[in-house]
Design a protein. Structure first.
Length: 444
């Protein structure tokens, strides 16, 4: 009978951000899976909430499941706390991680160029990229042999779930699992077995719309913009969601409507996505063979500098030219989307379209809650009345829904009796646990 592993959760245990899980091997060895930033209500009001408040003296390696900020954003604080081990991730993640961490460092630590360059040099030296589906030994002592293997998670480019072999025990950390119909990336395949599974539960209480339904609703939102002579504002994270939307728009829009990507970081990520097309799924490769450009179509406009950004905000707010704007941040708590919201929320011609999860305590959640009532939202300390339309399309989440999470578990030949739900609100966890039991998973 395998021994239940000692796992400490330093984030995403009771919420959905700040993912950070420490697997203790013995008194002298441990592994850290992710080290993410707290966001929204979970972050509190102080930078100190991101500090590393646990003992890292035994941590031999950090394993990054993917490069979303709520999984890697605390790495600057981890290094400042004295972590000297490798940062293990997939090969695509190793291309993306320095871009993400540079942005996180500038926002949370310092914009001084020499400090940023020194920090990025440290990151590059620590990175240990692994190919998918290959075992790598991380601890090898007379008492303990621990090896890990990364498998595709289908969430964003480079995302992985982590299999850990410790003597005769198999532990799996799901990271964030992708939806089965996510554009561009293959769907995740279940591992063969696990004794213990640390499983995300963000959408553990609901199922997404089908891809056909969500595309239909997205097209409806675009048609309304054309009719209203307004702009569709889409708050989106720079990596993952943005590229999926561009992929859909390339097929959906025939040149009559500009798609404006107003995020330098998203533009950089999109370029890396194009560079790493070998990791795309079969459908995307068929499009390429047909001579199409899924992430670089003719009516895609990219806004770079801050001055150009402000000019675009002013132009779209004043003109009667319909457009689609994709801008960060995804939860409206920072980034260029905030300027668009300030300029356009009071105008009923425009629409705010949410395509991803909005954490409690973020302006995005407030817009979802109060927008349909023509309420208000607080941005940068000021109150803004909401007259623009507000809509949410759940099917564009890059997270697996309840059905996808259950299928991930029941697809294993040897199912885990020990399942620990993380990265979800309490009601989502409860609903997912009930559904797992209803599907015959033999939980402890």
């Amino acid at each position: 009978m395998p021994v239940r592993p000692n796992i400490e959760h330093h984030g995403a245990r009771t919420g959905v951000t700040g993912s950070c899980h420490q697997l203790h091997i013995d008194d002298h060895h441990s592994l850290l899976v992710d080290c993410g930033l707290f966001q929204g209500q979970e972050a509190g009001n102080s930078r100190q909430s991101q500090d590393i408040d646990f003992d890292i003296s035994t941590v031999k390696a950090l394993i990054a499941t993917h490069v979303h900020i709520d999984h890697v954003g605390r790495i600057p604080w981890l290094l400042a706390a004295g972590f000297t081990g490798p940062i293990i991730c997939s090969r695509p993640s190793a291309k993306l991680l320095p871009l993400v961490l540079e942005d996180a460092f500038k926002l949370g630590i310092s914009r001084e160029r020499h400090l940023v360059e020194r920090y990025l040099n440290t990151i590059e030296k620590r990175l240990l990229p692994l190919p998918y589906n290959q075992w790598h030994t991380v601890v090898d002592t007379p008492q303990h042999r621990v090896a890990i293997r990364l498998q595709r998670a289908g969430h964003i480019l480079g995302s992985a779930y982590v299999e850990v072999d410790h003597n005769d025990t198999r532990i799996v950390f799901s990271g964030d699992l992708g939806a089965s119909h996510t554009p561009l990336l293959p769907a995740p395949q279940s591992p063969e077995w696990a004794d213990t599974l640390v499983l995300e539960s963000t959408y553990g209480d609901r199922n997404h719309e089908s891809r056909a339904d969500r595309k239909h609703r997205l097209k409806d939102a675009i048609d309304r913009a054309l009719q209203n002579q307004g702009t569709v504002l889409i708050p989106a994270f720079s990596i993952g969601r943005t590229q999926e939307l561009l992929y859909e728009f390339e097929e959906m829009i025939d040149g009559e409507l500009p798609v404006i990507l107003d995020s330098p970081l998203a533009a950089k990520f999109t370029a890396v996505y194009r560079e790493l097309r070998v990791y795309w799924d079969e459908e995307a490769h068929v499009r390429l063979q047909q001579g199409r450009k899924p992430l670089a179509f003719d009516n895609l406009l990219t806004v770079e500098g801050h001055h150009e950004h402000l000019k675009m905000v002013h132009h779209l707010a004043r003109s009667a030219r319909p457009a689609i704007v994709i801008a960060g941040s995804g939860m409206c708590n920072a980034g260029r989307i905030v300027n668009y919201l300030k300029a356009m929320l009071a105008d009923e011609r425009h629409d705010v379209l949410f395509v991803g999860y909005q954490a409690e305590g973020t302006p995005g959640r407030d817009l979802q809650r109060y927008g349909p009532q023509n309420g208000y939202v607080v941005l940068d300390g000021e109150r803004y009345t909401i007259r623009a339309g507000v809509e949410t399309i759940g099917g564009y989440s890059a997270h697996a829904d309840q059905r996808g999470l259950v299928d991930f578990v029941i697809g294993m030949k040897h199912k885990p009796a020990d399942i620990r739900l993380v990265h979800g609100e309490e009601l989502a966890k409860q609903a997912l646990m009930r559904e797992l039991k209803a599907n015959g998973v033999p939980l402890l």
